[in-house]
Design a protein around this ligand. Structure first.
Ligand code: FES
Ligand SMILES: [Fe+2]
Length: 374
Protein backbone atom coordinates (compact mmCIF):
# COMPACT_ATOMS: atom_id res chain seq x y z
CA UNK A 1 0.00 0.00 0.00
CA UNK A 2 1.09 3.53 -0.68
CA UNK A 3 1.94 5.77 2.20
CA UNK A 4 1.34 9.42 1.49
CA UNK A 5 3.49 12.07 3.10
CA UNK A 6 3.09 15.85 2.99
CA UNK A 7 5.57 17.49 0.61
CA UNK A 8 7.07 19.59 3.39
CA UNK A 9 7.95 16.47 5.44
CA UNK A 10 10.32 15.02 2.83
CA UNK A 11 12.11 18.31 2.23
CA UNK A 12 15.87 18.21 2.78
CA UNK A 13 17.35 21.50 4.00
CA UNK A 14 20.08 23.19 2.06
CA UNK A 15 19.62 21.91 -1.49
CA UNK A 16 20.13 24.41 -4.29
CA UNK A 17 19.22 24.36 -7.96
CA UNK A 18 21.70 22.92 -10.45
CA UNK A 19 24.67 24.95 -11.75
CA UNK A 20 24.09 26.69 -15.09
CA UNK A 21 26.29 24.35 -17.12
CA UNK A 22 23.75 21.56 -16.61
CA UNK A 23 21.33 23.55 -18.73
CA UNK A 24 23.58 25.11 -21.34
CA UNK A 25 26.66 22.96 -21.93
CA UNK A 26 26.84 20.80 -25.05
CA UNK A 27 29.24 18.51 -23.19
CA UNK A 28 26.79 17.84 -20.37
CA UNK A 29 24.06 17.31 -22.94
CA UNK A 30 26.21 14.68 -24.71
CA UNK A 31 26.91 13.04 -21.36
CA UNK A 32 23.20 12.92 -20.56
CA UNK A 33 22.50 11.32 -23.90
CA UNK A 34 25.13 8.64 -23.27
CA UNK A 35 24.58 7.95 -19.60
CA UNK A 36 20.83 8.40 -19.38
CA UNK A 37 19.09 8.25 -22.74
CA UNK A 38 21.04 5.27 -24.11
CA UNK A 39 20.75 3.35 -20.82
CA UNK A 40 17.32 3.98 -19.35
CA UNK A 41 13.91 2.81 -20.50
CA UNK A 42 12.51 5.61 -22.66
CA UNK A 43 8.75 5.97 -23.15
CA UNK A 44 7.97 5.98 -26.88
CA UNK A 45 4.21 6.60 -26.59
CA UNK A 46 1.26 4.23 -26.89
CA UNK A 47 1.29 0.76 -28.42
CA UNK A 48 -2.11 1.64 -29.93
CA UNK A 49 -0.34 4.06 -32.28
CA UNK A 50 0.71 1.02 -34.33
CA UNK A 51 -2.47 -1.13 -34.22
CA UNK A 52 -1.90 -3.33 -37.31
CA UNK A 53 0.97 -5.53 -38.54
CA UNK A 54 3.38 -3.33 -40.51
CA UNK A 55 2.32 -0.07 -38.79
CA UNK A 56 5.36 1.85 -37.61
CA UNK A 57 6.53 5.07 -35.98
CA UNK A 58 10.03 6.53 -35.83
CA UNK A 59 11.50 7.80 -32.57
CA UNK A 60 14.79 9.59 -32.03
CA UNK A 61 16.65 8.71 -28.83
CA UNK A 62 20.12 10.10 -28.12
CA UNK A 63 20.45 11.01 -31.81
CA UNK A 64 19.54 7.46 -32.89
CA UNK A 65 16.58 6.92 -35.21
CA UNK A 66 14.58 3.87 -34.14
CA UNK A 67 11.79 2.12 -36.06
CA UNK A 68 8.99 0.81 -33.83
CA UNK A 69 6.89 -1.62 -35.87
CA UNK A 70 4.13 -4.12 -35.16
CA UNK A 71 5.07 -7.60 -36.39
CA UNK A 72 2.95 -10.25 -38.16
CA UNK A 73 2.59 -12.01 -34.81
CA UNK A 74 1.04 -8.87 -33.33
CA UNK A 75 4.06 -8.04 -31.15
CA UNK A 76 5.68 -4.59 -31.39
CA UNK A 77 9.43 -4.62 -32.10
CA UNK A 78 12.08 -1.94 -32.47
CA UNK A 79 15.09 -1.70 -34.77
CA UNK A 80 17.82 0.80 -35.47
CA UNK A 81 16.92 2.64 -38.67
CA UNK A 82 20.16 1.45 -40.27
CA UNK A 83 20.63 -0.84 -43.30
CA UNK A 84 22.99 -3.77 -42.77
CA UNK A 85 24.53 -3.24 -46.24
CA UNK A 86 26.13 0.21 -46.19
CA UNK A 87 24.29 1.68 -43.26
CA UNK A 88 21.70 3.83 -45.04
CA UNK A 89 18.73 5.13 -43.05
CA UNK A 90 15.91 2.85 -44.17
CA UNK A 91 12.93 5.01 -43.44
CA UNK A 92 12.29 8.78 -43.40
CA UNK A 93 8.54 9.22 -42.95
CA UNK A 94 7.87 9.64 -39.20
CA UNK A 95 5.01 7.14 -39.31
CA UNK A 96 3.19 4.86 -41.72
CA UNK A 97 2.74 1.24 -42.71
CA UNK A 98 5.25 -1.07 -44.38
CA UNK A 99 3.47 -2.98 -47.15
CA UNK A 100 5.05 -6.39 -46.53
CA UNK A 101 8.70 -5.65 -46.04
CA UNK A 102 11.17 -2.91 -45.20
CA UNK A 103 13.26 -2.14 -48.25
CA UNK A 104 16.40 -0.03 -48.24
CA UNK A 105 16.11 2.81 -50.75
CA UNK A 106 19.77 2.50 -51.79
CA UNK A 107 20.48 -1.01 -53.17
CA UNK A 108 17.18 -2.65 -52.24
CA UNK A 109 18.24 -4.93 -49.42
CA UNK A 110 14.88 -6.13 -48.13
CA UNK A 111 13.89 -7.11 -44.59
CA UNK A 112 10.76 -8.63 -43.11
CA UNK A 113 8.95 -6.45 -40.58
CA UNK A 114 10.42 -8.82 -37.99
CA UNK A 115 13.87 -7.61 -39.06
CA UNK A 116 15.12 -10.63 -41.04
CA UNK A 117 17.02 -9.96 -44.26
CA UNK A 118 15.25 -11.73 -47.16
CA UNK A 119 16.62 -9.95 -50.24
CA UNK A 120 20.12 -8.70 -51.07
CA UNK A 121 20.81 -8.25 -54.80
CA UNK A 122 24.04 -9.90 -56.05
CA UNK A 123 25.13 -10.93 -52.59
CA UNK A 124 24.76 -14.62 -53.46
CA UNK A 125 27.93 -14.05 -55.52
CA UNK A 126 29.79 -13.10 -52.34
CA UNK A 127 31.71 -15.98 -50.76
CA UNK A 128 30.28 -17.02 -47.41
CA UNK A 129 27.42 -14.48 -47.46
CA UNK A 130 24.40 -15.67 -45.51
CA UNK A 131 21.29 -13.52 -45.25
CA UNK A 132 20.61 -14.83 -41.77
CA UNK A 133 23.81 -13.13 -40.58
CA UNK A 134 22.40 -9.68 -41.38
CA UNK A 135 19.15 -9.02 -39.50
CA UNK A 136 18.33 -5.44 -38.55
CA UNK A 137 19.94 -4.38 -35.27
CA UNK A 138 17.30 -4.75 -32.59
CA UNK A 139 16.41 -2.31 -29.80
CA UNK A 140 14.97 -3.65 -26.53
CA UNK A 141 11.23 -3.00 -26.26
CA UNK A 142 8.75 -3.58 -23.46
CA UNK A 143 5.15 -2.58 -23.02
CA UNK A 144 3.65 -1.49 -19.73
CA UNK A 145 0.07 -0.28 -19.19
CA UNK A 146 -0.34 0.32 -22.94
CA UNK A 147 2.90 2.32 -23.21
CA UNK A 148 5.91 1.28 -25.30
CA UNK A 149 9.34 1.62 -23.72
CA UNK A 150 12.64 1.38 -25.59
CA UNK A 151 16.14 0.82 -24.30
CA UNK A 152 19.26 1.31 -26.43
CA UNK A 153 21.61 -0.45 -24.00
CA UNK A 154 23.19 -3.66 -25.23
CA UNK A 155 22.28 -5.30 -21.94
CA UNK A 156 19.43 -3.22 -20.55
CA UNK A 157 18.39 -3.41 -16.95
CA UNK A 158 15.35 -5.75 -17.02
CA UNK A 159 12.25 -3.60 -17.33
CA UNK A 160 10.43 -5.41 -14.54
CA UNK A 161 13.28 -4.61 -12.18
CA UNK A 162 13.65 -0.99 -13.30
CA UNK A 163 9.89 -0.42 -13.04
CA UNK A 164 9.22 -2.59 -9.96
CA UNK A 165 7.97 0.37 -7.86
CA UNK A 166 5.31 1.15 -10.49
CA UNK A 167 4.12 -2.32 -11.44
CA UNK A 168 0.47 -2.66 -10.44
CA UNK A 169 0.48 0.78 -8.84
CA UNK A 170 -2.00 2.32 -11.28
CA UNK A 171 -4.08 -0.80 -12.11
CA UNK A 172 -7.30 0.87 -10.96
CA UNK A 173 -6.85 3.52 -13.66
CA UNK A 174 -7.20 0.89 -16.38
CA UNK A 175 -4.37 2.50 -18.38
CA UNK A 176 -3.86 -0.31 -20.91
CA UNK A 177 -7.36 -0.04 -22.34
CA UNK A 178 -7.69 3.76 -22.43
CA UNK A 179 -7.92 5.36 -25.86
CA UNK A 180 -6.30 8.51 -27.12
CA UNK A 181 -8.60 11.43 -27.92
CA UNK A 182 -5.93 13.99 -28.85
CA UNK A 183 -2.22 14.56 -29.11
CA UNK A 184 -0.50 17.94 -29.24
CA UNK A 185 3.21 18.31 -29.97
CA UNK A 186 5.15 21.25 -28.59
CA UNK A 187 8.60 22.59 -29.38
CA UNK A 188 9.98 24.30 -26.28
CA UNK A 189 13.12 26.48 -26.10
CA UNK A 190 14.17 25.16 -22.69
CA UNK A 191 16.31 22.39 -21.27
CA UNK A 192 14.38 19.16 -20.61
CA UNK A 193 15.25 19.20 -16.90
CA UNK A 194 13.39 22.48 -16.42
CA UNK A 195 10.23 20.76 -17.63
CA UNK A 196 10.61 18.04 -14.98
CA UNK A 197 11.40 20.53 -12.22
CA UNK A 198 8.41 22.63 -13.22
CA UNK A 199 6.09 19.60 -13.24
CA UNK A 200 7.31 18.60 -9.78
CA UNK A 201 6.07 21.62 -7.83
CA UNK A 202 2.96 23.74 -7.62
CA UNK A 203 4.59 26.68 -5.87
CA UNK A 204 4.32 28.41 -9.23
CA UNK A 205 0.64 27.55 -9.67
CA UNK A 206 -0.95 30.64 -8.03
CA UNK A 207 1.18 32.88 -10.25
CA UNK A 208 1.30 30.94 -13.52
CA UNK A 209 -1.98 28.98 -13.49
CA UNK A 210 -4.80 31.04 -11.92
CA UNK A 211 -7.36 28.69 -13.55
CA UNK A 212 -5.79 25.57 -12.10
CA UNK A 213 -5.57 26.77 -8.51
CA UNK A 214 -9.33 27.47 -8.51
CA UNK A 215 -9.87 23.73 -9.08
CA UNK A 216 -7.09 22.31 -6.94
CA UNK A 217 -5.39 24.27 -4.12
CA UNK A 218 -1.64 24.26 -4.63
CA UNK A 219 -0.87 23.34 -1.02
CA UNK A 220 -3.24 20.33 -1.05
CA UNK A 221 -2.30 16.68 -1.31
CA UNK A 222 0.69 14.52 -0.50
CA UNK A 223 3.33 12.32 -2.15
CA UNK A 224 3.90 8.58 -2.00
CA UNK A 225 7.03 8.53 -4.19
CA UNK A 226 9.54 11.14 -3.05
CA UNK A 227 12.99 9.69 -3.78
CA UNK A 228 14.37 7.82 -6.77
CA UNK A 229 13.46 7.68 -10.47
CA UNK A 230 9.70 7.83 -9.93
CA UNK A 231 8.28 10.78 -8.02
CA UNK A 232 4.88 12.19 -7.25
CA UNK A 233 1.57 12.00 -5.47
CA UNK A 234 -1.81 13.70 -5.59
CA UNK A 235 -3.53 17.05 -5.24
CA UNK A 236 -7.13 17.49 -4.12
CA UNK A 237 -9.89 18.80 -6.33
CA UNK A 238 -12.25 20.98 -4.38
CA UNK A 239 -15.44 20.36 -6.38
CA UNK A 240 -17.50 17.19 -6.05
CA UNK A 241 -17.51 15.41 -9.46
CA UNK A 242 -14.86 17.81 -10.59
CA UNK A 243 -11.86 17.39 -12.82
CA UNK A 244 -9.18 19.57 -14.35
CA UNK A 245 -11.19 20.86 -17.29
CA UNK A 246 -12.32 24.27 -18.58
CA UNK A 247 -15.78 23.69 -17.08
CA UNK A 248 -14.34 22.27 -13.85
CA UNK A 249 -16.49 19.17 -14.31
CA UNK A 250 -15.51 15.65 -15.37
CA UNK A 251 -15.85 15.39 -19.15
CA UNK A 252 -15.60 11.63 -19.66
CA UNK A 253 -16.65 8.35 -18.04
CA UNK A 254 -14.51 7.32 -15.05
CA UNK A 255 -11.31 5.75 -16.42
CA UNK A 256 -11.60 2.75 -14.11
CA UNK A 257 -13.28 1.43 -11.00
CA UNK A 258 -11.95 4.14 -8.78
CA UNK A 259 -12.43 4.28 -5.02
CA UNK A 260 -14.32 7.33 -3.77
CA UNK A 261 -11.14 9.10 -2.61
CA UNK A 262 -9.74 9.06 -6.17
CA UNK A 263 -12.76 10.91 -7.52
CA UNK A 264 -11.55 14.16 -6.01
CA UNK A 265 -7.84 13.64 -6.60
CA UNK A 266 -5.48 14.23 -9.47
CA UNK A 267 -2.24 12.23 -9.35
CA UNK A 268 0.96 13.55 -10.88
CA UNK A 269 3.97 11.28 -11.41
CA UNK A 270 7.28 11.92 -13.13
CA UNK A 271 8.84 8.77 -14.54
CA UNK A 272 12.54 9.20 -15.19
CA UNK A 273 13.79 10.14 -17.70
CA UNK A 274 11.08 11.17 -20.17
CA UNK A 275 7.50 10.49 -19.03
CA UNK A 276 5.02 12.57 -17.05
CA UNK A 277 1.82 10.82 -16.06
CA UNK A 278 -1.21 12.78 -14.83
CA UNK A 279 -4.16 10.70 -13.67
CA UNK A 280 -7.57 12.35 -13.38
CA UNK A 281 -10.84 10.58 -12.51
CA UNK A 282 -12.13 10.89 -16.09
CA UNK A 283 -8.95 10.97 -18.18
CA UNK A 284 -5.23 10.36 -18.14
CA UNK A 285 -2.81 12.79 -19.69
CA UNK A 286 0.80 11.96 -20.41
CA UNK A 287 3.76 13.90 -21.74
CA UNK A 288 6.84 12.38 -23.33
CA UNK A 289 9.95 14.59 -23.45
CA UNK A 290 12.51 14.49 -26.25
CA UNK A 291 15.61 16.60 -25.56
CA UNK A 292 17.05 18.08 -28.75
CA UNK A 293 20.19 19.88 -27.64
CA UNK A 294 20.69 21.63 -24.28
CA UNK A 295 18.25 24.44 -25.09
CA UNK A 296 15.41 22.63 -26.81
CA UNK A 297 12.85 20.00 -25.83
CA UNK A 298 10.18 18.52 -28.02
CA UNK A 299 7.17 17.50 -25.95
CA UNK A 300 4.31 15.30 -26.97
CA UNK A 301 1.15 15.49 -24.87
CA UNK A 302 -1.71 13.05 -25.17
CA UNK A 303 -5.15 12.68 -23.54
CA UNK A 304 -6.55 9.20 -22.90
CA UNK A 305 -10.15 8.34 -22.08
CA UNK A 306 -12.18 5.24 -21.28
CA UNK A 307 -13.51 3.58 -24.48
CA UNK A 308 -17.07 4.17 -23.18
CA UNK A 309 -16.55 7.90 -23.39
CA UNK A 310 -16.16 7.69 -27.18
CA UNK A 311 -19.55 5.95 -27.46
CA UNK A 312 -21.30 8.84 -25.72
CA UNK A 313 -22.58 11.37 -28.26
CA UNK A 314 -22.15 14.23 -25.77
CA UNK A 315 -18.47 13.39 -25.10
CA UNK A 316 -16.34 16.57 -24.99
CA UNK A 317 -12.62 15.76 -24.67
CA UNK A 318 -11.93 19.40 -25.61
CA UNK A 319 -12.95 20.42 -22.10
CA UNK A 320 -9.84 18.60 -20.79
CA UNK A 321 -7.62 19.21 -23.82
CA UNK A 322 -8.14 22.98 -23.83
CA UNK A 323 -7.56 23.19 -20.09
CA UNK A 324 -4.20 21.44 -20.26
CA UNK A 325 -3.15 22.91 -23.58
CA UNK A 326 -3.49 26.34 -21.97
CA UNK A 327 -1.75 25.16 -18.79
CA UNK A 328 1.01 23.46 -20.81
CA UNK A 329 1.69 26.67 -22.72
CA UNK A 330 1.86 28.65 -19.49
CA UNK A 331 4.41 26.12 -18.20
CA UNK A 332 6.47 26.01 -21.40
CA UNK A 333 6.63 29.78 -21.53
CA UNK A 334 7.87 30.13 -17.96
CA UNK A 335 10.37 27.28 -18.57
CA UNK A 336 11.68 29.17 -21.61
CA UNK A 337 12.05 32.34 -19.51
CA UNK A 338 13.73 30.26 -16.82
CA UNK A 339 16.15 28.79 -19.36
CA UNK A 340 16.96 32.26 -20.71
CA UNK A 341 17.78 33.55 -17.23
CA UNK A 342 19.83 30.50 -16.27
CA UNK A 343 21.93 31.00 -19.40
CA UNK A 344 23.05 34.38 -18.01
CA UNK A 345 26.54 34.76 -16.58
CA UNK A 346 24.83 36.24 -13.51
CA UNK A 347 22.98 33.01 -12.67
CA UNK A 348 24.09 31.08 -9.61
CA UNK A 349 22.17 28.16 -8.03
CA UNK A 350 19.36 29.33 -5.75
CA UNK A 351 17.76 27.68 -2.70
CA UNK A 352 14.79 25.31 -3.02
CA UNK A 353 11.87 25.85 -0.62
CA UNK A 354 9.97 23.09 1.24
CA UNK A 355 7.29 23.40 -1.46
CA UNK A 356 9.87 22.31 -4.09
CA UNK A 357 10.98 19.11 -2.37
CA UNK A 358 10.07 16.89 -5.33
CA UNK A 359 11.95 19.12 -7.79
CA UNK A 360 14.98 18.84 -5.49
CA UNK A 361 14.53 15.03 -5.31
CA UNK A 362 14.38 14.92 -9.10
CA UNK A 363 17.69 16.82 -9.33
CA UNK A 364 19.30 14.34 -6.92
CA UNK A 365 18.15 11.41 -9.03
CA UNK A 366 19.34 13.14 -12.20
CA UNK A 367 22.82 13.66 -10.73
CA UNK A 368 22.93 10.01 -9.60
CA UNK A 369 21.92 8.83 -13.08
CA UNK A 370 24.61 11.01 -14.63
CA UNK A 371 27.23 9.77 -12.18
CA UNK A 372 27.71 13.31 -10.81
CA UNK A 373 26.24 12.82 -7.34
CA UNK A 374 28.57 13.71 -4.47
S1 FES B 1 22.84 0.63 -48.11
FE1 FES B 1 20.98 -0.40 -47.90
S2 FES B 1 20.93 -1.65 -49.63
FE2 FES B 1 22.83 -0.69 -49.81
FE1 LIG C 1 2.73 24.40 -14.08
Amino acid sequence: MSTFVKATETYQQGQRTLPGRYYTSGEIHAEEQQRIFTRRWICAGRAAEIPEAGDYVLRTIAGESVIVVRGRDGAPRAFYNVCRHRGTRLCEEPQGRFSETIQCPYHAWTYTIDGQLIGAPHMSEVAGFEKRDYPLHGVALETWEGFVFLNLAREPEPFTRAFAPLVGRFSRFNLASLKSARRIDYDVAANWKLIFQNYSECLHCPVIHPGLVKLTPYTSGANDLFDGPFLGGYMVMTKEGGSLTMSGRACGAPVGRLPAEDLNRVYFYSIFPNLLLSLHPDYVMFHTLWPDGPGRTRISCEWLFHPDSFRDGAFTPDDAVRFWDETNRQDWHICERSHAGIASRAYVPGPYSPREGISAAWDREFLRALGHAQ
